[in-house]
Each structure stands twice: as C-alpha cells, then as structure tokens.
Write a protein that binds this ligand. Structure first.
Ligand SMILES: *Cc1c(COP(=O)(O)O)cnc(C)c1O
Length: 434
C-alpha cells in the first residue's frame, strides 16, 4: 500500500516512509491510496473475535502487506493491550471507554502503535530518531510513555506553559530517560506551529532524524479506527441506526471513525462535538473553514484553533461539502453546559463523565432529540480522574483517583522553559542533539 500527500497527490511513499516522515513536504498529510471494504469473511463471527484479533484484521486489510504479518501482530498486540468497554449510560446511549491505557486517555492506542512501529523501523536502519510532539495535554503523556526507553528514539514534548493540568504535566515532565519536556510561553497553537516549522527546515529535519508523533502521523490514526469496530462488536442489539459522537480537537479520532466507515462499518452518522473552539461545527453549517487562535476551556484537549486533520477529512470527501455535511453533524458547548452535564449525569445515573466525554454526551443528546430509534455511542476519551479539579467542582464532591494517576502525581516535574519563537526552539534542538 502506498500513501500520498494531501498537498501533492503525486508524492507517493511506502507505509514505512509515511510513518517515519510523519508529515509530507509542504505540510501535506499522508493518506492511503485506497480504503477498501473489508472482506465479508471479516464479519463472520465478528462479535466473538476479540479486540486484538479485530484490530489485526483491520490493520492487515488497511496496510495490505506493508509489514510481515507476524511483526504486525506483535505490534498490534502490544498497542491494543487493554479493552474499550461499552457502557450503557442511559437507554440506547453508550459510553465507549477509551481510558484503560497507561496514561488513561485514548491517545495511548495511537502512541503505542506508533512507538511499536518506529522502534521496529529504527532497528532495521540503525539510525536514531527524534520525535517531536506538540501537546495540549494528553498527547504528550501518551507519546512520552509509549516511547519511554525505546532504543534509538528520543522524544521532545512541547506544551503551553500553564495550560495543562498538573497531573497531565507530571505524566510527561517527570519521566526522564529519553524524554525531554519543553515548556513554551504561548498557546498550543504556538507549539504546533513550532513543530511544523522544524519539519519544514529540511536541514534540521535530516540532521536530527525528525519524526512527528502528533495525530498528523498516519500511524496514530489507524489504531484509532480499531475501537469503532470493537464498539460495534460489543453492541448486543445491532438493529438500530448507529451514531458516534466524537469529542474533537485535532479531529484525528473522528477521521479514524470515517476511515472505519469506509472499510464497511455501518455508521449512520458521525457527530463532531467540541467546545467553544467550534471551527469544524461552524464549517459544517456554513461551508467556511476559518481557523483562529484557540480559547482556553475546561475541556482543554480540544482547545485547537486550526485542526490538523481537517485536510484529511476534506481529502476523504474530495472537498464535497454536501457529502461531508451529510455524514457529519457538528455541535459545540460552553464550559457551563459541560459542567452541568457532568453534574446531571452523575446525579441521575451515577456515571462520572470527564469534560471531553461530557461534550460528546451533550452532542449526542442534542442530535438524537429524545428518539429511541437510534443507538448512540459517545467516545469517553479520558478518565475523569485526569481532570480531577473540574470534575470535583462540577459534582461538588471529591473523587478517588486510580492508582496509576496517583503514581504519576508523585513524580517531580522537569522542564525547559522556552519562548515561542522558532529561533529559540531551533537553537535548543541543535544544542541538545544527543
Ligand atoms: C486529544 C483528545 C481529544 C481530541 O481528540 P482529536 O483526535 O485531537 O480530535 C479529546 N479528548 C481527549 C481527552 C483528548 O486527549
């Protein structure tokens, strides 16, 4: 299987090259040459296969022999080592809980698949790589933990100073070894811009073997399609039309869902759910895509002003607005509405949402409008304990944290503070190249 760049369809590379380059020249994103329907065999005894087997079959189908089957199987089994339970929150409304990985957010799947692949490719080539990752919170921790002590790799995490929660910060600043955290005086968009600039600096990129671990990397995206299938496998009643509501920032998760649909998963509708950074919901109404600086909210992993996977969504629908707005509905909610949802769902059915999942829930409810002829699944993208302060404030009660979070909280933060200019960043990278 070859992958082309959204910026230049004639630029075609192998899967290995797409993964190692991360971003194509001129800011293009890699897309597979084709996404075909899964063979009918795949659906036989589908619900009995188990998550790892489903993931392996989807990946083999998608990658069409890009990797020897037994190597791929190993990487998948490592990446997909925890389940994604489907929990019925209200009648026909389900939470797909994606937070059972080491850093308690869905990004563990993509990060672990990517680290498995890069570790595998690096071993073959014998030259070290530097992974750059910009984070608004959860990406940094997932990637840093995914790559911790993977030989031949070094990770540099860029994050906006003061804009991630303490516990998120500890999850990537206290690891040591091959992980460095750069605390940038600026916003997440500044961090993302710095990473993009570093990639477009060809000399720098070559010298350091720069690789991206943001959701722009196709290897991050692919495993995120696995759990849409796993959700469907767990549904006991598959007769009603299925709607997925996806709390979104850079739209990697949603794009992975769209790819699952292309492979044959029967989804009636996707919902792009977000906070007041409503660039995509706005596009879905007006047809105008207007990136702008992000605003800070309590669902901070979605504080994105220029969603990087928008180009992939456009590419999947060949810029056809009527098609895309037919498949995807968009809704956005304020912090106040998010807090209310966390409180009301907790009080009425004793289910604790995190602020991102709460937005997915709200959007689903708004879309369904009380109909009982739809099965709705919202992605619960992080464990509520990761947003302890917000959640406790919303429900007016303290919560107990899972052990793994308590362990992270005990670490000590180590970061390098930098301004938001590319000169500073480049200077740092060049000086600390080991
Ligand atoms: C990253 C993240 C999101 C947004 O996911 P995208 O793929 O960037 O749209 C939503 N919720 C949580 C908890 C996240 O960490």
């Amino acid at each position: 299987m070859k992958f082309y760049s959204t910026a230049n369809k004639d630029y075609r590379v192998s899967f290995e090259e797409a993964v190692c380059q991360g971003l194509a020249p001129e800011g293009g994103l890699f897309m597979p040459e084709s996404i075909d329907l899964l063979p009918s065999d795949f659906w036989k005894d589908f619900s009995k296969k188990g998550f790892q087997q489903i993931s392996f079959e989807v990946a083999s189908h998608f990658l069409k022999g890009s990797l020897p089957a037994k190597d791929l199987k190993k990487i998948i089994d490592h990446a997909v080592a925890f389940d994604t339970p489907l929990v019925e929150v209200e009648k026909n409304i389900f939470a797909l809980e994606l937070f059972n990985g080491p850093t308690l957010a869905f990004k563990d799947f993509g990060a672990r698949f990517l680290s498995g692949l890069l570790g595998y490719f690096v071993k073959k080539t014998d030259s070290d790589i530097t992974i750059l990752v910009a984070t608004s919170g959860d990406t940094g921790s997932a990637v840093a933990n995914g790559f911790l002590q993977v030989p031949g790799t070094r990770v540099v995490v860029l994050y906006p100073s003061g804009k991630v929660s303490d516990i998120q910060e500890k999850q990537f600043t206290a690891l040591g070894h091959n992980i460095t955290a750069l605390e940038i005086d600026g916003t997440f968009d500044d961090c993302q811009r710095l990473v993009k600039q570093a990639f477009s600096d060809e000399a720098l990129s070559k010298r350091l073997g720069l690789t991206s671990a943001n959701s722009i990397n196709i290897a991050r995206l692919l495993p995120q399609s696995f759990y849409y299938f796993n959700a469907y496998a767990q549904l006991k009643d598959k007769s009603l039309p299925l709607v997925f509501s996806v709390p979104s920032g850079n739209y990697g998760n949603l794009t992975a869902g769209l790819m699952a649909k292309r492979m044959g998963l029967r989804v009636r509708q996707f919902i792009a759910a977000t906070n007041i950074n409503d660039i995509v919901p706005e596009y879905l109404i007006t047809g105008q895509f207007s990136p702008r600086p992000s605003k800070q909210t309590i669902s901070n992993a979605m504080d994105v002003g220029n969603p990087s996977n928008f180009a992939r969504m456009m590419d999947l629908y060949q810029n056809d607005f009527s098609k895309i707005s037919n498949d995807i509905a968009g809704f956005h909610f304020t912090d106040q509405q998010t807090n209310n949802a966390i409180r009301e769902v907790f009080n009425s059915v004793n289910y604790l949402l995190d602020p991102h999942g709460a937005i997915g829930y709200l959007a689903l409810k708004e879309y369904i409008k009380g109909s009982d002829m739809i099965t709705g699944i919202f992605l619960e993208t992080a464990h509520p304990g990761k947003f302890k302060d917000v959640v406790e404030n919303a429900i007016g009660k303290s919560i107990t944290l899972p052990d793994s979070l308590i362990r992270f909280a005990k670490g000590s933060k180590q970061s390098v503070r930098l301004g938001n200019s590319f000169e500073d960043f480049k200077g740092y990278l060049s000086k600390h190249n080991s």
